[in-house]
Design a protein. Sequence first.
Length: 271
Amino acid sequence: MKIGIFDSGIGGLSVLHEAYHQLPGQEYIFYADTEHVPYGLKTKEQILGYAIEITEFLIKQGVDVIVIACNTATSVAVKELRKRYSLPILGMEPAVKPAVEGTDKKRIMVIATPVTIKEDKLKNLLHRVDEDHRVDLLPMPRLVEFAEREEFESAQVRDYINSQFSEYDKDDYSALVLGCTHFNYFKPLYKEYFGDDTLLIDGNFGTIRHLADVSGILLSDDPDRVVYFDEYHNILCDTKYFFSGREINDEKTLEHLKRLHNRLEEVRKID
Ligand code: DGL
Protein backbone atom coordinates (compact mmCIF):
# COMPACT_ATOMS: atom_id res chain seq x y z
CA MET A 1 0.00 0.00 0.00
CA LYS A 2 1.36 3.42 -0.95
CA ILE A 3 0.45 5.99 1.69
CA GLY A 4 0.76 9.76 1.22
CA ILE A 5 1.16 11.85 4.37
CA PHE A 6 1.33 15.64 4.30
CA ASP A 7 1.66 18.61 6.60
CA SER A 8 2.74 22.23 6.40
CA GLY A 9 6.09 21.12 7.81
CA ILE A 10 7.81 18.68 10.08
CA GLY A 11 4.84 18.20 12.43
CA GLY A 12 3.47 15.51 10.15
CA LEU A 13 6.64 13.52 10.67
CA SER A 14 5.19 12.55 14.06
CA VAL A 15 2.32 10.83 12.24
CA LEU A 16 4.70 9.10 9.83
CA HIS A 17 6.79 8.07 12.82
CA GLU A 18 3.79 6.44 14.48
CA ALA A 19 3.01 4.74 11.17
CA TYR A 20 6.53 3.25 11.16
CA HIS A 21 5.71 1.72 14.54
CA GLN A 22 2.20 0.55 13.80
CA LEU A 23 2.26 -0.13 10.08
CA PRO A 24 5.80 -1.13 9.12
CA GLY A 25 6.44 -2.53 5.68
CA GLN A 26 4.27 -0.07 3.79
CA GLU A 27 5.45 2.42 1.21
CA TYR A 28 5.26 6.07 2.30
CA ILE A 29 5.43 9.43 0.55
CA PHE A 30 5.90 12.22 3.06
CA TYR A 31 5.30 15.81 1.97
CA ALA A 32 6.16 18.85 4.12
CA ASP A 33 5.13 22.18 2.63
CA THR A 34 8.18 23.94 4.04
CA GLU A 35 7.84 26.88 1.64
CA HIS A 36 4.47 27.79 3.12
CA VAL A 37 4.75 26.82 6.77
CA PRO A 38 3.13 28.03 9.06
CA TYR A 39 -0.39 27.31 7.82
CA GLY A 40 -1.79 28.37 11.17
CA LEU A 41 -1.26 32.04 10.33
CA LYS A 42 -2.50 31.89 6.70
CA THR A 43 -5.95 32.56 5.21
CA LYS A 44 -8.40 29.74 4.51
CA GLU A 45 -8.09 30.36 0.77
CA GLN A 46 -4.32 30.02 0.90
CA ILE A 47 -4.44 26.81 2.95
CA LEU A 48 -7.04 25.25 0.66
CA GLY A 49 -4.91 26.14 -2.37
CA TYR A 50 -1.83 24.47 -0.86
CA ALA A 51 -3.83 21.39 0.16
CA ILE A 52 -5.20 20.94 -3.38
CA GLU A 53 -1.75 21.32 -4.92
CA ILE A 54 -0.25 18.75 -2.54
CA THR A 55 -3.10 16.28 -3.00
CA GLU A 56 -2.64 16.41 -6.77
CA PHE A 57 1.10 15.93 -6.33
CA LEU A 58 0.55 12.86 -4.15
CA ILE A 59 -2.01 11.41 -6.54
CA LYS A 60 0.57 11.76 -9.35
CA GLN A 61 2.99 9.82 -7.13
CA GLY A 62 0.46 6.97 -7.20
CA VAL A 63 -0.65 6.95 -3.55
CA ASP A 64 -3.64 4.78 -2.59
CA VAL A 65 -4.65 6.85 0.41
CA ILE A 66 -3.81 10.28 1.82
CA VAL A 67 -3.43 11.31 5.46
CA ILE A 68 -3.60 15.03 6.18
CA ALA A 69 -1.19 15.03 9.11
CA CYS A 70 -2.18 18.57 9.95
CA ASN A 71 -5.10 19.70 12.08
CA THR A 72 -5.06 23.14 10.45
CA ALA A 73 -5.28 21.90 6.85
CA THR A 74 -7.91 19.34 7.89
CA SER A 75 -10.16 21.96 9.44
CA VAL A 76 -10.04 24.09 6.29
CA ALA A 77 -9.72 21.62 3.44
CA VAL A 78 -10.76 18.04 4.15
CA LYS A 79 -14.36 18.42 2.97
CA GLU A 80 -13.40 20.08 -0.29
CA LEU A 81 -10.63 17.54 -0.97
CA ARG A 82 -13.05 14.66 -0.47
CA LYS A 83 -15.47 16.28 -2.92
CA ARG A 84 -12.77 16.64 -5.57
CA TYR A 85 -10.86 13.37 -5.32
CA SER A 86 -12.08 9.82 -5.10
CA LEU A 87 -9.27 8.18 -3.10
CA PRO A 88 -9.66 7.91 0.70
CA ILE A 89 -8.50 11.10 2.44
CA LEU A 90 -8.09 10.99 6.21
CA GLY A 91 -7.91 14.10 8.33
CA MET A 92 -6.84 14.90 11.86
CA GLU A 93 -8.63 16.86 14.53
CA PRO A 94 -7.66 17.57 18.13
CA ALA A 95 -8.27 14.43 20.22
CA VAL A 96 -10.91 16.10 22.41
CA LYS A 97 -13.22 13.09 22.51
CA PRO A 98 -10.76 10.68 24.15
CA ALA A 99 -9.72 13.48 26.51
CA VAL A 100 -13.30 14.13 27.63
CA GLU A 101 -14.16 10.43 27.84
CA GLY A 102 -10.93 9.40 29.51
CA THR A 103 -10.84 11.95 32.32
CA ASP A 104 -13.04 12.96 35.20
CA LYS A 105 -14.38 16.39 36.07
CA LYS A 106 -11.21 18.45 35.87
CA ARG A 107 -10.57 20.76 32.93
CA ILE A 108 -9.00 19.95 29.57
CA MET A 109 -6.74 22.29 27.64
CA VAL A 110 -6.50 22.08 23.86
CA ILE A 111 -3.50 23.77 22.27
CA ALA A 112 -3.60 24.30 18.50
CA THR A 113 -2.97 26.88 15.79
CA PRO A 114 -5.14 30.02 15.58
CA VAL A 115 -6.83 28.69 12.40
CA THR A 116 -7.78 25.36 14.00
CA ILE A 117 -9.17 27.20 17.01
CA LYS A 118 -11.23 29.62 14.88
CA GLU A 119 -12.67 27.09 12.44
CA ASP A 120 -16.15 25.55 12.72
CA LYS A 121 -14.79 22.00 12.65
CA LEU A 122 -13.43 22.27 16.20
CA LYS A 123 -16.44 24.27 17.39
CA ASN A 124 -18.77 21.55 16.09
CA LEU A 125 -16.67 18.86 17.73
CA LEU A 126 -16.82 20.68 21.08
CA HIS A 127 -20.53 21.14 20.68
CA ARG A 128 -20.88 17.36 20.29
CA VAL A 129 -18.53 16.14 23.01
CA ASP A 130 -17.91 18.89 25.56
CA GLU A 131 -21.28 18.80 27.30
CA ASP A 132 -19.89 20.03 30.63
CA HIS A 133 -17.89 22.89 29.10
CA ARG A 134 -14.65 21.58 30.50
CA VAL A 135 -12.49 22.41 27.50
CA ASP A 136 -10.30 25.51 27.14
CA LEU A 137 -8.65 26.48 23.86
CA LEU A 138 -5.24 28.08 23.63
CA PRO A 139 -3.43 29.04 20.41
CA MET A 140 0.33 28.47 20.42
CA PRO A 141 1.50 29.46 16.94
CA ARG A 142 5.11 30.12 17.89
CA LEU A 143 5.68 26.44 18.71
CA VAL A 144 5.45 25.77 14.99
CA GLU A 145 8.35 28.18 14.36
CA PHE A 146 10.40 26.67 17.17
CA ALA A 147 9.82 23.14 15.86
CA GLU A 148 10.80 24.11 12.32
CA ARG A 149 14.04 25.53 13.76
CA GLU A 150 14.62 22.28 15.68
CA GLU A 151 14.55 24.31 18.89
CA PHE A 152 12.85 21.98 21.35
CA GLU A 153 14.26 22.76 24.78
CA SER A 154 15.79 26.26 24.62
CA ALA A 155 15.18 28.95 27.24
CA GLN A 156 13.03 30.80 24.68
CA VAL A 157 10.70 27.83 24.11
CA ARG A 158 10.41 27.29 27.83
CA ASP A 159 9.60 30.97 28.41
CA TYR A 160 7.03 30.94 25.63
CA ILE A 161 5.28 27.81 26.91
CA ASN A 162 5.31 29.00 30.51
CA SER A 163 4.00 32.44 29.61
CA GLN A 164 1.17 31.04 27.43
CA PHE A 165 0.04 28.75 30.25
CA SER A 166 0.55 31.30 33.01
CA GLU A 167 -3.05 32.56 33.04
CA TYR A 168 -4.35 29.09 33.85
CA ASP A 169 -4.02 27.16 37.08
CA LYS A 170 -2.14 23.98 36.19
CA ASP A 171 -3.82 22.04 39.00
CA ASP A 172 -7.18 22.47 37.26
CA TYR A 173 -6.20 20.32 34.27
CA SER A 174 -6.45 16.58 33.88
CA ALA A 175 -5.41 16.61 30.22
CA LEU A 176 -3.55 18.63 27.63
CA VAL A 177 -4.60 17.86 24.05
CA LEU A 178 -1.93 18.46 21.42
CA GLY A 179 -4.08 19.79 18.58
CA CYS A 180 -1.23 20.46 16.19
CA THR A 181 1.21 17.83 15.00
CA HIS A 182 4.17 20.18 15.47
CA PHE A 183 3.48 20.24 19.20
CA ASN A 184 4.58 16.63 19.79
CA TYR A 185 8.24 17.61 19.89
CA PHE A 186 7.76 19.58 23.12
CA LYS A 187 6.20 16.90 25.32
CA PRO A 188 8.91 17.02 28.04
CA LEU A 189 8.26 20.75 28.50
CA TYR A 190 4.52 20.36 29.01
CA LYS A 191 5.25 17.65 31.56
CA GLU A 192 7.69 19.94 33.33
CA TYR A 193 4.99 22.58 33.54
CA PHE A 194 1.90 20.51 34.38
CA GLY A 195 3.49 17.62 36.26
CA ASP A 196 2.73 13.93 36.00
CA ASP A 197 -0.97 14.07 36.80
CA THR A 198 -1.90 15.87 33.60
CA LEU A 199 -2.24 13.49 30.64
CA LEU A 200 -0.82 14.48 27.27
CA ILE A 201 -3.07 13.36 24.42
CA ASP A 202 -2.15 13.53 20.74
CA GLY A 203 -4.11 12.18 17.80
CA ASN A 204 -1.36 10.12 16.20
CA PHE A 205 -2.28 6.62 17.28
CA GLY A 206 -5.98 7.26 16.58
CA THR A 207 -5.10 8.49 13.10
CA ILE A 208 -2.97 5.45 12.32
CA ARG A 209 -5.61 3.09 13.65
CA HIS A 210 -8.13 4.78 11.39
CA LEU A 211 -5.70 4.47 8.47
CA ALA A 212 -5.34 0.75 9.19
CA ASP A 213 -9.14 0.35 9.18
CA VAL A 214 -9.66 2.28 5.98
CA SER A 215 -6.90 0.55 4.07
CA GLY A 216 -7.35 -2.94 5.50
CA ILE A 217 -3.75 -3.18 6.78
CA LEU A 218 -3.16 -5.00 10.06
CA LEU A 219 -1.57 -3.08 12.92
CA SER A 220 1.82 -4.41 13.99
CA ASP A 221 1.85 -6.85 16.89
CA ASP A 222 5.11 -5.28 18.05
CA PRO A 223 4.36 -1.54 17.88
CA ASP A 224 6.94 -0.53 20.47
CA ARG A 225 9.87 -1.92 18.56
CA VAL A 226 12.30 0.99 18.58
CA VAL A 227 12.37 3.11 15.46
CA TYR A 228 15.82 4.59 15.64
CA PHE A 229 17.78 6.22 12.87
CA ASP A 230 21.53 6.14 12.59
CA GLU A 231 24.00 5.22 9.91
CA TYR A 232 22.90 1.59 10.11
CA HIS A 233 19.23 2.31 9.62
CA ASN A 234 18.14 3.72 6.33
CA ILE A 235 16.14 6.89 6.88
CA LEU A 236 14.23 6.25 3.69
CA CYS A 237 12.63 3.12 5.21
CA ASP A 238 10.58 2.81 2.05
CA THR A 239 9.74 6.51 2.27
CA LYS A 240 10.23 9.30 -0.22
CA TYR A 241 10.44 12.68 1.45
CA PHE A 242 9.45 15.86 -0.35
CA PHE A 243 9.77 19.45 0.86
CA SER A 244 7.30 21.52 -1.19
CA GLY A 245 7.68 19.27 -4.23
CA ARG A 246 11.47 18.86 -4.01
CA GLU A 247 12.62 15.32 -3.27
CA ILE A 248 15.02 15.12 -0.35
CA ASN A 249 18.22 13.28 -1.18
CA ASP A 250 20.95 15.48 0.20
CA GLU A 251 22.92 14.39 3.22
CA LYS A 252 22.27 17.56 5.26
CA THR A 253 18.47 17.38 5.07
CA LEU A 254 18.47 13.60 5.61
CA GLU A 255 20.48 14.18 8.79
CA HIS A 256 17.89 16.76 9.84
CA LEU A 257 15.10 14.20 9.28
CA LYS A 258 17.01 11.56 11.24
CA ARG A 259 17.42 13.92 14.19
CA LEU A 260 13.70 14.69 14.09
CA HIS A 261 12.75 10.98 14.01
CA ASN A 262 15.11 10.34 16.92
CA ARG A 263 13.53 13.18 18.89
CA LEU A 264 10.09 11.72 18.14
CA GLU A 265 11.27 8.33 19.32
CA GLU A 266 12.43 9.88 22.59
CA VAL A 267 9.12 11.64 23.28
CA ARG A 268 6.73 9.08 21.82
CA LYS A 269 5.91 7.31 25.07
CA ILE A 270 5.45 10.45 27.16
CA ASP A 271 1.79 10.84 27.98
N1 DGL B 1 1.14 20.91 11.93
C1 DGL B 1 -0.01 21.68 11.67
C2 DGL B 1 -1.21 21.26 12.51
O1 DGL B 1 -1.30 20.12 12.90
C3 DGL B 1 0.05 23.14 11.38
C4 DGL B 1 1.20 23.98 11.78
C5 DGL B 1 1.26 25.26 11.00
O2 DGL B 1 1.72 25.20 9.86
O3 DGL B 1 0.84 26.31 11.51
O4 DGL B 1 -2.10 22.02 12.76
